[in-house]
Design a protein. Structure first.
Length: 84
């Protein structure tokens, strides 16, 4: 299980992660992450520093299980990320 935050306003779980670019363009990485999202998993924000080596993502889901499944999918697909 990954560290998450529970948003009481909309009853969703939330994770802040930073994914390594590893030679990819920012837009390419963002599109790849968006393509992997399904169910209630949604991107609510992203950012990073110009010239940085990682992209920050704010991801929400309706359940902890869905969020964990998505984060595990990122690992299986070879994305290196850390929790914020």
């Amino acid at each position: 299980m990954y560290p998450i935050k529970y948003n009481r306003m909309n009853k969703q779980v939330e994770a802040f992660i930073s994914i390594q670019l590893e030679g990819k363009e920012v837009i390419q990485l963002t599109n790849q992450v968006l393509d992997l999202m399904s169910g209630s998993v949604d991107l609510v924000g992203c950012g990073g520093m110009v010239g940085g080596t990682e992209r920050d993502f704010d991801i929400v889901a309706d359940t902890q299980e869905e969020l964990d499944d998505f984060l595990e999918l990122l690992v299986v697909r070879g994305y290196n990320f850390k929790n914020q």
